[in-house]
Design a protein around this ligand. Structure first.
Ligand SMILES: *Cc1c(COP(=O)(O)O)cnc(C)c1O
Length: 450
């Protein structure tokens, strides 16, 4: 059947449905869709709903314009969510050794297990989970090349009729991947997509999302939080787990920043919470604790006890579906990188990653203290590498961005870029050199008048 026949068939089908179509405008769009179908391939229209990468290009545009007009200004960028310090030595040594393994016929590795090597999964299970009283088994851990992709890909194993909740502000990946998957309608002028449930997190509710009054099926939680730097207590997470269990919901728990938790009462994993094995998937990454943003290694935990409903009403194990998805569409993380990640769990690796995290946390402390001295209200930055600043004098996020850029040549991230409820806030990242952080804070305390 050629394209022309396909188009004719399509029009015939629409003619047969014609009686049922009441609105002429819909009829016209049906027919024009048919005509298009007869002539060319079509795109995933959901992508056209995306508010195309507005935040970071707009920051770059304003910074570039300022730099061109002020060529002598020494601009300091505290807006980036990427690490700056080199890889821990233990990881580099392990990767160099792994490269040597690949050069020897007897230790060469071809395709590895799609789920990751057992020696890595076992160390993660023991040291990241079981040591904290979280019952996670090695074969419930799936090694991947990133949490960003996993938090998007996970939607593939869920149905199209789920009600989905995100916090506001939020890591934009959760929202955009739902738009791409067709789980939303269009965005309004504030950038909120129809069909998503937004849970505002602001200073008024201490940056913890309130449990929704309505029933939602999928919920994204990220603690310690990007962008607010907030953490969740055990009691708060227990409320979420209780809600999820009562409503048959699944929690997507993003723990990318767990290594930044210094307060011993704050849980690192959702599986430290009773009942979480029945309602939560956890995402973790080596990006922020070990500086793997460019090296790429992460993991997703899908407990074997976790189920969701099939169309026929039966309970289906999500582990089986994710295992099938990964086995079919993913061929594992490179042996060399997995050896590098494994080294994080050696005594040297533990000490070096701890030192790396402490370095960024010290930056965060300096930022918090100096911004407080400058008269600003600051949140986060204690158990997280992000400081969330309330813009002073009712300035909008972008007005504050411009003021900071123009008066002290410091770049941050406007809170409104993370969601409508981020308006009136501003994110400062602790991922930078000590020198840059100190210089930026010096300028702000000396020259910035609230
Ligand atoms: C940085 C980050 C991640 C990690 O993503 P990778 O793809 O593993 O580098 C995940 N979630 C959030 C919220 C992040 O900020």
């Amino acid at each position: 059947m050629d394209q022309f026949d396909a188009g004719v068939n399509c029009i015939n089908r629409q003619l047969m449905n014609y009686q049922q179509v009441s609105q002429p405008s819909i009829t016209v769009s049906y027919f024009s869709a048919c005509l298009q179908k007869s002539t060319m391939a079509t795109v995933n229209d959901n992508y056209l709903k995306l508010k195309a990468g507005y935040l970071f290009p707009e920051i770059a545009r304003r910074v570039n314009a300022f730099a061109q007009a002020n060529p002598d200004a020494k601009i300091i960028r505290l807006g980036i969510g990427d690490v700056t310090e080199p890889l821990p030595e233990a990881c580099r040594t392990a990767m160099i050794k792994a490269v040597e393994d690949m050069g020897d016929r007897s230790s060469f590795k071809g395709y590895g297990p799609e789920q990751g090597y057992a020696w890595l999964r076992e160390k993660i299970a023991a040291q990241d989970f079981q040591a904290r009283g979280a019952a996670v088994d090695a074969d419930e851990i799936f090694i991947s090349d990133g949490s960003k992709c996993d938090t998007g890909n996970i939607l593939e194993i869920f149905g199209k009729n789920n009600t989905i909740a995100v916090t506001d502000p939020v890591y934009p990946v959760y929202v955009d991947t739902n738009v791409m998957a067709g789980n939303t309608g269009d965005a309004n002028e504030k950038g909120e997509y129809a069909g998503l449930v937004y849970l505002p997190v602001t200073a008024e509710n201490n940056f913890t999302a309130e449990i929704p009054a309505q029933k939602v099926d999928l919920i994204y939680l990220c603690f310690p939080n990007n962008p607010t730097g907030a953490t969740a207590t055990k009691e708060h997470l227990q409320e979420w787990v209780n809600y999820a269990k009562a409503n048959g919901s699944i929690i997507f728990f993003d723990a990318a920043y767990e290594a930044f938790i210094t307060d011993p009462t704050i849980p690192h994993s959702i599986y430290e919470i009773e009942g979480a094995r029945d309602c939560a998937i956890e995402f973790r990454s080596f990006s922020k604790n070990a500086g793997f943003t460019g090296t790429r290694c992460a993991l997703t935990v899908v407990p074997k006890t976790l189920t969701a409903k099939a169309a026929d009403g039966s309970n289906v194990e999500l582990w089986k579906l994710w295992n099938r998805r990964q086995s079919t569409k993913f061929n594992g993380v490179s042996y060399i990188v997995q050896r590098g990640a494994e080294a994080v769990y050696s005594p040297e690796g533990q000490a070096q990653t701890k030192a790396l995290v402490s370095f960024y946390l010290e930056n965060a402390k300096i930022i918090r203290e100096q911004l407080t001295n400058a008269g600003l209200s600051v949140y986060g930055g204690v158990n997280a590498p992000y400081v969330w600043v309330k813009t002073p004098n009712g300035l909008s996020s972008w007005e504050f961005f411009d003021k900071l850029l123009q008066t002290v040549n410091v770049v941050g991230t406007p809170g409104s870029g993370f969601g409508a409820a981020g308006e009136g806030y501003f994110r400062i990242s602790a991922f930078n050199s000590r020198e840059n952080v100190e210089e930026a804070m010096k300028r702000i305390t000396e020259k910035f008048k609230v």
